[in-house]
Design a protein around this ligand. Structure first.
Ligand code: ADP
Length: 269
């Protein structure tokens, strides 16, 4: 059955009079749906040829010594750029899947401690010789109800951003805590920070605070859009606090009903 979408605007005049305006936004929703489907389909179609190209380029890089010297750099650059494009396409497919809510029904019980611990290890590997201090702290044994793939992607985007935008030797603190309102995952860094004028727009697709200073970080510009939509799918929201030159804190808030304190299945026996 086709849905009809209406948007209401309520204007109050004095104490008693109200004007209610209803606007039919069905067409807008349909266009939005078409846009998402189109991006999803195009990304899927591009993935296969790109995988083939990347595969051959990787092989050529692996056998670099057999290449004529004048082509080595070109081949290396093509390999780097094609893996960037692969990352972009992976993120586009994920984002269009998340936006259409295709997987939002997946309700698993996720062992938060294990998931964040794993992301912490990946972050240490990514940090490499930039030697960040990475502290992870998860209170209790929380189980989060939701989609494993989506949540993992959201949390790792935040933690990897902290690594990307923090100069060598900086500190990255990842904390999970629960209270009366729900559960909160905070990812805090002592990095470059973000000017307050950019903060409201950061979760838009491809929005970057300052494109010139990010050329070497190799992101896709889709990370925070993914985080935002994953949180919406899990009844949560993202809070961003930052100061230029001091650092940033990204906090994911989840309502109470999403989290239970428990013993993870593997260790329950
Ligand atoms: P990108 O792939 O560019 O990192 P994101 O959507 O993940 O894309 O982030 C959008 C922009 O937000 C980044 O380009 C950067 O300007 C800013 N940003 C995100 N995380 C941080 C952070 N921890 N510190 C400073 N700036 C950040």
């Amino acid at each position: 059955k086709p849905h009809i979408y209406l948007e209401f605007q309520i204007n109050q005049f004095g104490d008693d009079d109200r004007l209610i305006v209803a606007k039919d936004v069905t067409r807008l929703h349909q266009l939005e749906q078409m846009r998402r489907d189109f991006i999803g389909n195009v990304s899927h179609e591009m993935r296969t040829p790109l995988t083939v190209i990347s595969g051959y380029l990787e092989t050529m890089v692996d056998h670099g010594e057999e290449l004529p010297a004048k082509w080595r750099r070109a081949v290396q650059t093509m390999a780097t750029q094609s893996s960037r494009m692969e990352a972009l396409i992976t993120d586009l497919i994920l984002l269009s899947m998340i936006e259409t809510g295709e997987h939002s029904a997946d309700q698993e019980s996720i062992d938060v401690k294990a998931m964040i611990g794993q992301i912490g290890n990946d972050a240490r590997a990514l940090s490499g010789d930039k030697n960040h201090h990475i502290d992870i702290s998860v209170a209790g044994q929380p189980l989060l109800k939701g989609d494993h793939k989506q949540l993992r992607s959201a949390f790792s985007n935040l933690v990897f951003n902290a690594v990307k935008y923090t100069p060598p030797g900086g500190r990255i603190t990842v904390t999970w805590r629960s209270d009366r309102d729900g559960a909160h995952l905070s990812v805090k860094d002592t990095g470059i920070g973000i000017d307050s004028t950019h903060i409201p727009r950061l979760t838009e697709r491809f929005y970057r605070a300052d494109p010139s200073r990010h050329q070497d970080t190799g992101g896709t510009g889709l990370g925070l859009a993914i985080v935002k939509h994953v949180l919406i799918n899990h009844d949560g929201h993202l809070e961003i606090n930052s100061r230029v030159g001091e650092g940033s804190e990204f906090t994911c808030h989840f309502p109470k009903g999403r989290v239970i304190e428990g013993v993870p299945e593997q260790t329950a026996r």
